[in-house]
Design a protein around this ligand. Structure first.
Ligand code: NAD
Length: 485
């Protein structure tokens, strides 16, 4: 059985305590590898290595740091087939999705932040009388922690470590214990890419052990975290007394607003994709479908007819569109939410149960039928709590203001999609919705320069572009007179 390793100070090694955790393939339910069960001792060792590496890395020229990230990106490109299969096996997502989204985007993240650091200029301010110059010196923070979730494993892991390293920090990274494989593969190529020992460290293990130790360590100056809202709140409590910089990318309960004047076929096709891509396990997936009264029945009928035809498949097979959900515990949590919705009077229009495994290999895998629920109001648990699976609800609205009220009736505020051909209405609705992203007549279109993040319980701060480089640096105002004396 393959045993994945931590990367600490350039050395691939197990946990100091010699303990291992099983890593399960969601499509088969079988253990296929193990990861080190790291603790605070491993994190301390990684911090020591990072402390040694920081003085030199923080003064490496931007162009040289960028060159390291580009060489690393080339490794992803060269090993993309292996990474695609590894990501699919580890997470349960179809290989077609890992090939179209996860792995190309991981490569792009490294390339993008290589370019971004080369264009990240300081600001200068000169008063009207030209007596002084103020300039902003952006310094790397030192050692930073990057903690990522399981749903887009390498995609979100690289989205954090790339800006952190580009900005001159040393990183202690922890991928999700549920999907550690692709981060392990990447760690094996760090040295060949030219990343000096100790600049990039990976500590595998459980959230409340290795993750907690990263968050608590006094030498770790900032935490960039993506994961659940409850975990984010706990991390905020832990880091607040140490005044650590904190970036939190958390859960969502994203509305898709379907106005009667939308392009019906496009809205329907994209809403199905935005609801069920990656088995509904993308933080940006739509989960509350809000439909205008006059087209409610037509849209519902067309949607359910299409969703009924969606089949789960073996993620390892080329044609599969819907794979397994990530774990047994997660499958049970999804099905429990559906049961609660039934008890609350929800009408299950399709799905509602675990799906029959697609083949013998997958007999013990974790599959859920794509599920559509009707008839529940905005206050119901299924319309308030994140399910993070292939489960959507339908709600009816009267007019623009009712749609906005329903969309905003949530503790979350990550993303929304708006479907209308009236451009004025589209802009008004977008600006009235409490969310970090509003997509009009599209979904999941990303430009890595844009600010990414959520409002309310969906997070704190923004990632992406220069926002990420600002997060991973500390600005110092330096002031000097322009004249002698
Ligand atoms: P999670 O909060 O359980 O775990 C995320 C990471 O945090 C894992 O690496 C885990 O080991 C670690 N962790 C857990 N407890 C910790 C602790 N006490 N201290 C430090 N680290 C700890 O989340 P998950 O189940 O892996 O991911 C799913 C969630 O992530 C969903 O809520 C989803 O919406 C959210 N998500 C958000 C975004 C976004 O950009 N906003 C993107 C993807 C996923």
């Amino acid at each position: 059985m393959e045993q994945l390793q931590n990367l600490i100070g350039g050395e691939l090694r197990g946990a100091i305590n010699g303990e291992w955790l099983d890593n399960i393939e969601p499509a088969t339910g079988k253990v296929y590898s193990q990861i080190p069960r790291s603790t605070a001792a491993d994190v301390a060792l990684a911090v020591q290595a990072a402390e040694k590496a920081f003085p030199s890395w923080s003064t490496v020229a931007f162009a040289d740091r960028a060159a390291c990230l580009r060489r690393w990106a080339e490794k992803i490109a060269r090993h993309s087939e292996a990474l695609i299969h590894a990501e699919s096996k580890d997470n349960g997502k179809p290989i077609s999705l890992a090939a179209a989204v996860d792995i190309p985007r991981a490569q792009k993240n490294l390339e993008f932040f290589a370019g971004a650091i080369e264009h990240f200029a300081s600001e200068a301010h000169i008063p009207a009388d030209s007596s002084h110059i103020h300039y902003t010196h952006r310094k790397p923070l030192g050692i930073v922690g990057c903690i990522s979730p399981w749903n887009l494993p390498l995609y979100l892991f690289t989205w954090k470590i790339a800006p952190a390293i580009a900005a001159g920090n040393c990183v202690i990274a922890k991928p999700s214990e549920i999907t550690p494989f692709s981060a392990f593969m990447l760690s094996q190529w760090a040295e060949e890419a030219g990343i000096p020992k100790g600049v990039f460290n990976v500590v595998h293990g459980l959230g409340n052990e290795a993750g907690q130790a990263i968050v608590e360590h006094p030498q770790i100056k900032a935490i960039s975290f993506t994961g659940g809202t409850a975990t984010g709140a706990h991390i905020a409590q832990t880091t607040a007394p140490q005044f650590k910089k904190l970036s939190l990318e958390l859960g969502g309960k994203n509305p898709a607003i379907i106005f009667a004047d939308c392009d019906f076929d496009k809205a329907l096709a994209t809403t199905i994709r935005s609801s069920f891509a990656n088995q509904g396990q993308i933080c940006l997936c739509s989960s509350r479908i809000l439909i205008e009264d006059s087209i409610y029945d037509r849209f519902k009928t067309a949607l359910v007819e299409k969703v009924k035809r969606m089949q789960v498949g073996d993620p390892a097979e080329k044609g599969t569109k819907m794979g397994a959900v990530v774990s047994q515990a997660h499958r049970d949590k999804i099905l429990h939410s559906v049961e609660k919705a039934k008890e609350a009077g929800g009408q299950i229009l399709c799905g509602g149960y675990a799906a029959t495994p697609p083949n013998e290999r997958c007999n013990s895998g974790f599959f859920v039928q794509p599920t559509v629920i009707d008839g529940l109001g905005p206050k119901c648990a299924i319309n308030q709590e994140e399910v993070f699976g292939p489960v959507i609800t339908l709600q009816r609205f009267r007019d623009e203001s009712h749609a906005i009220a329903l969309a905003n009736d949530s503790m979350y505020g990550l993303a929304a999609t708006i479907w209308t051909q009236d451009i004025g209405k589209a802009h008004r609705t977008a600006s009235s919705i409490e969310s970090g992203i509003a997509w009009i007549n599209c979904w999941l279109v990303r430009d890595l320069r844009t600010p990414f993040g959520g409002v309310k319980s969906s997070g704190l701060g923004r990632e992406g572009g220069f926002e990420a480089l600002r997060f991973f640096t500390e600005p110092q105002n330096v002031c000097l007179p322009t004249h002698a004396n």
